[in-house]
Design a protein. Structure first.
Length: 186
């Protein structure tokens, strides 16, 4: 004969589990990401009066990133700003455009890319899977699965925001590693 205590424990454990089967879970809350941009984070390091900040929110469903890029003190003419795929102290490919004043240098800008403010300022936008720029040498193609991969890379700290200027900093004048806002390292 089974002991009544075991039956009660089984109902306590299995009851809520069975009640949740087939019930979708709630969406995750928007996730904040950020980067502090400076010349010394460039590879190689750059001495500049420029500085900036990238802030973004990954939507709860993981389908988009709403962002704001601000910068000031840039020493050259603004060319473009992007998100690149690479760990700290390594240069990587451009995976998402943030803005472009020059539509060809350092890379061809997709049609519809927001213009960069000329003398510092703020640019905002929303990035989706349609905005991915393939970097085949780093395994990045296009599509929703690749956007999820970029979000994973952002969460792992292996993407950075970069502002490029001319004539002296076509490779980048200010840069900052993107990380979740609860991370303590800058």
């Amino acid at each position: 004969m089974a002991k009544p205590g075991w039956i009660g424990i089984g109902l306590v454990v299995l009851g809520p589990l069975m009640a949740s089967v087939g019930v979708p879970g709630p969406l995750m809350a928007d996730e904040t990401i950020r980067a502090k941009l400076q010349g010394f984070s460039e590879v190689p390091a750059v001495s500049t009066t420029g500085s900036g900040e990238f802030r973004g929110k990954i939507s709860g469903d993981g389908d988009s990133i709403a962002y704001e890029l601000t910068y000031d003190g840039i020493e050259g003419a603004i060319l473009q700003a992007h998100i690149h795929l690479a760990q700290r102290s390594v240069n990587g490919g451009i995976v998402l455009f943030l803005c472009a004043t020059n539509t060809t240098t350092p890379a061809p800008a997709p049609v519809g890319t927001a213009p960069c403010p000329a003398n510092g300022g703020k640019v905002t936008g929303t990035l989706t899977a349609n905005d991915i720029r393939p970097v085949l040498t780093q395994g990045i193609e296009t599509g929703a699965a690749e956007f999820a991969e970029i979000l994973h890379a952002i969460r792992q700290g292996v993407t950075y925001a970069n502002v490029h200027s001319s004539p002296n900093h076509v490779g980048g004048e200010i840069r900052g590693q993107i990380k979740a806002s609860d991370s303590d390292d800058d």
